[in-house]
Design a protein around this ligand. Sequence first.
Ligand SMILES: Cc1ncc(COP(=O)(O)O)c(C=O)c1O
Length: 446
Amino acid sequence: MNAPLHVWHPFTQEALDPPPLRITHAQGAYLYTADGRRILDAISSWWTNLHGHCHPAIMSAIAAQTQKLDHVLLAGFTHDRVEELAACLRKILPRELTSIFFSDDGSTAVEVTLKIAVQYWQNVGRPQKSSIVALEHAYHGDTVGAMSVGARSAFSEPFRSFLFPVHRVHSAYCYRCPVGKTRATCDIDCVAQLARLLEEKHAEIAAVIVEPLLQGAGGMIVHPQEFLQRVRQLCSEYGVLLIADEVLTGFGRTGKMFACDVAGVVPDLMCLSKGITGGVLPLATTVCTEEIHRAFVSDDRGRTFYHGHSYTGNPIAAAAAVASFKIFENEPVFDRITAITKIHQQRLAAIENHPAVADVRSIGTVAAIELRADDPGYFSRLRPKLYEFFLNAGILLRPLGNVIYILPPYCITAEELHFVHDRIAASLAHIPEWSAPPRAQAAPRA
Ligand SMILES: Cc1ncc(COP(=O)(O)O)c(C=O)c1O
């Protein structure tokens, strides 16, 4: 008999990481393991889940949809669920964003958006505007285009020769200010580099892509709103498109429906995924202005956007997204978001002066604690210790190296959230021991 097919897990080093935990079911903020444990999902299962696992309204919308239409291609066809979802999104998106293109996940949303931006300039007769500007510490996904605009890292290193070149500019990482300022004295001086670049090279630049206000995988870096506002002004001034990758920040994470709303900024293109279905099924969208969309409508077929994924606009995923949207309308979701925000602020203030803590930052429902470490970054030796400590306490937290963060589903209760903060506070006592470099092995005797 053939050996069973080995399941290869994402972002996992089998030689070093613990074996995967078997989850049998999930409810609300909890995951339940086959060996009878209950784990508080304090990172919303990779930032996807909004209202809690197996929310009955989403589950029954999916069940109902499965009885009507499972899937149909979206080229040459349409169906009620994508139309309904588009109508729902119309109510919450900036009115300047008028067209929606469906895809599957955050990375494909980014690929689609980059391709639309580049082809837009070709279609309007300015093909020389073809390069992209991206931020330091950026993360936009794992496909090749998304990796190209993401910061170069150990993740992208094996593919270095595949990645297209981008102009890389400073991000507003205030704790490690790229221009040596402090927040109290700065005038968003980090944006000057982008200003110089656009002044010099705008004729060849198609777009600037940002994770608005919150760079997630790069370390939960919270930007001042003025940074995004200045990026918007510069893009408008120099005729460059602004892409807001709201794959993580969308659907309330930063306190308003979109991070762009928090800063009062309207991008030219926006990528959405993760929470769009309440975090239940894969679905993504790129939304853009009428001006961009119009450049693709022509009796010249060469202007068509020849891009599409098999499951584009899947009716079951769209039904889940519509149901999630209705939860925003029918339940006090933003009250929950406000309650989470307040607890984060209060609890971070209580630990910010702890000797193990380098920086605390929060925006809306996301809280991050950057720990002091002599090996900061994703591969910090603190990370596996912290992961295990929290898991033993019944909490799923996946620190980004020396950065612990909480990004909970909105259904988390005050008591549960305080419990997570309590365990994080308790972990701080162990940091000196966990961050000590491994002792050099004694040399074998000759
Ligand atoms: C800002 C941002 N963009 C894109 C992605 C990629 O999304 P996906 O993992 O669904 O491909 C992520 C994933 O974490 C993200 O945080």
